[in-house]
Design a protein around this ligand. Sequence first.
Ligand SMILES: Cc1cc2nc3c(=O)[nH]c(=O)nc-3n(C[C@H](O)[C@H](O)[C@H](O)COP(=O)(O)O)c2cc1C
Length: 229
Amino acid sequence: MPIVFTSAGNPKTWTAQLKEHGITVVHVVSSVKFALKAQEAGVDAVVAEGFEAGGHNGRDETTTMCLIPMVKEQLSIPLIAAGGIGTGRGMLAAMNLGADGVQIGSRFVATPESSAHQNFKQVVVDAKEGDTLLTLKELTPVRLVKNEFFNKVEAAYQSGANADKLKEILGRGRAKKGMFEGDLVEGELEIGQISGLIHEIKPASEVVKEIITEYRQALAEQQTDKYKF
Ligand SMILES: Cc1cc2nc3c(=O)[nH]c(=O)nc-3n(C[C@H](O)[C@H](O)[C@H](O)COP(=O)(O)O)c2cc1C
């Protein structure tokens, strides 16, 4: 079944055309408002992505923990949770909040299949809690590793830089430079908060197997006394 995921734009732009060709459309959002807009545009499912996520992000800083139940309360089409999920327990937590499935990004950066540069993969493996922050909200908000480029942006904020100045500092091709060319100093390194739980580069198939195994174990645990009141 052909599926297209669209994001970072108006869901009306492509949905009708894609659906005319028998393609299932899923749109990525970071708020309840845009989830409902996507539903109205006729998409088949919505990915709701919380503030924890790697890469570009919403401005409102709504965490996955809050976003999923809030979207669930109002949405009537299938809901996929994203942002901060990298384990079976995380996946089960999202399902418990009302998600019908999950989308995982950051965890798959640290796999041999990922097209990211080895230097960046190692940064992800070495990252600890607190090593990323959402920045550049005036342009397109993005969660970055706190490297030298990130510090340059922070210094610009301290000196009162406006959006034009930030744009100038960002320049062009920073993400490519950091994530694909492995420039850990001048490049943009986009990764989610869950990087603090990623300790190893391993094949994507193993990542999936581990997530499913842990999900099943955690689900079985939920039937035990620990969870009863
Ligand atoms: C390095 C990186 C690049 C990404 N690029 C895109 C992108 O181009 N388009 C998009 O819709 N989402 C992109 N994402 C977001 C993922 O599709 C996914 O929603 C997100 O990573 C989920 O949160 P997690 O990182 O906590 O797993 C990217 C994520 C990462 C980590």
